[in-house]
Design a protein around this ligand. Structure first.
Ligand code: HEC
Length: 297
């Protein structure tokens, strides 16, 4: 095999260093991925719990509170047409979101939409992107690690796909209950598209600490494994140096001297290994050469 190296020592060193770096980088990337995946798994299960509460509170409003209040309203107990606080699952969810955000500060819930009722729910750049993504791929959910306000977050988003009934409050201004108009004072019709993604319910879990930890873990573990590999290979190289390269060098210089006619001094050999056998072969050559030279005189 032809190699660009003039010395086996250099060749082995280069191979060891490159292999060590590759192993280090491989292990580092693996640990990095594992750390992130572990954090994603735990974030996912926490988000699932939070979303279960959100869904439960929505359906409680829809199935229990809203019909009950309609009953009371139609009985004429107040002159209002709609009690937002008790009948709108969106309003209810928004309130619950606010409380959850205070209870669990390392998790943020947001519901956003294009043409929202509450100006606070205008999607930011990241959220616009998520909505567009859900729309273009026709997906119900999205999850990923994204930069948001200069920090890394794990985001899980659920598509908001308006139904016809939603247009009562998210359609034309004139259709909206008085209470909604009074509170939000919408200046124009919202006209949410029925059946198409128009918003998202998002859960943000801060991930900058996780990412930093993953980077540190990846770097230290990768460096450690790569370093240990290079160290062990280095020890093997030192052993090879004393047991193989140096003896071969010595034999080479003896062979050179023999070739120049210095045939008197015997070559000592102790071991039975490959080098010992090579030494013995050269020694036999020296003896033969000496005999020939003695004969010639
Ligand atoms: C009876 C009125 C009403 C109906 C019907 C209604 N919502 Fe809402 N929705 C609201 C109100 C009020 C808010 C604003 C809550 C707040 O202050 O954050 C809101 C807010 C939202 C938001 C946040 C964006 C925004 O507009 O501020 C989403 C998303 C949303 N609703 C989805 C829906 C969906 C989907 C439906 C149909 C399944 C629906 N809503 C039906 C009253 C309604």
């Amino acid at each position: 095999m032809k190699t660009p190296f003039k010395s086996i020592r250099t060749e082995i060193t280069v191979v060891i260093v490159i292999t060590g770096i590759l192993i280090g980088v491989g292990v580092g990337l693996f640990i990095y991925r594992v750390t992130i995946n572990k954090a994603v798994d735990s974030a996912r299960s926490r988000i699932e719990t939070a979303m279960a509460f959100v869904r439960a509170s929505r359906s409680y409003v829809r199935k229990t509170l809203r019909p009950k209040i309609y009953e009371l309203l139609s009985a004429g107990c107040t002159n209002q047409d709609f009690i937002l606080e008790a009948q709108s699952s969106s309003f209810f969810t928004a309130s619950i979101f606010g409380m959850v955000n205070r209870e669990i500060p390392d998790m943020e819930l947001r519901q956003v939409a294009i043409n929202p009722l509450n100006p606070r729910d205008v999607p930011n750049e990241t959220e616009m992107w998520v909505i567009a993504y859900l729309k273009s791929k026709n997906l119900k959910e999205y999850e990923g690690i994204t930069l948001h306000r200069g920090k890394e977050y794990f985001i899980k988003a659920f598509a908001v796909i308006p139904r016809k009934g939603c247009l009562r409050c998210h359609g034309k201004v004139e259709d909206m209950p008085l209470a909604v108009r009074q509170i939000y004072k919408p200046k124009k019709d919202l006209n949410w598209p029925v059946g198409k993604v128009n918003g998202a319910v998002l859960v943000y879990v801060p991930f900058d600490k996780v990412m930093a930890q993953a980077r540190i873990d990846g770097l230290t573990n990768g460096g450690l494994v790569g370093g240990v590999f290079i160290l062990m290979s280095g020890i093997i190289l030192v052993i090879l140096n004393f047991r193989v390269f140096k003896p071969i060098d010595a034999l080479r210089s003896r062979a050179e001297r023999i070739s120049k006619g210095e045939v008197e001094e015997p070559i000592p050999y102790q071991s039975e290994n490959e080098i010992g056998r090579l030494a013995r072969a050269i020694e036999r050559m020296r003896v033969s050469l000496k005999k020939v030279m003695d004969m010639i005189g």
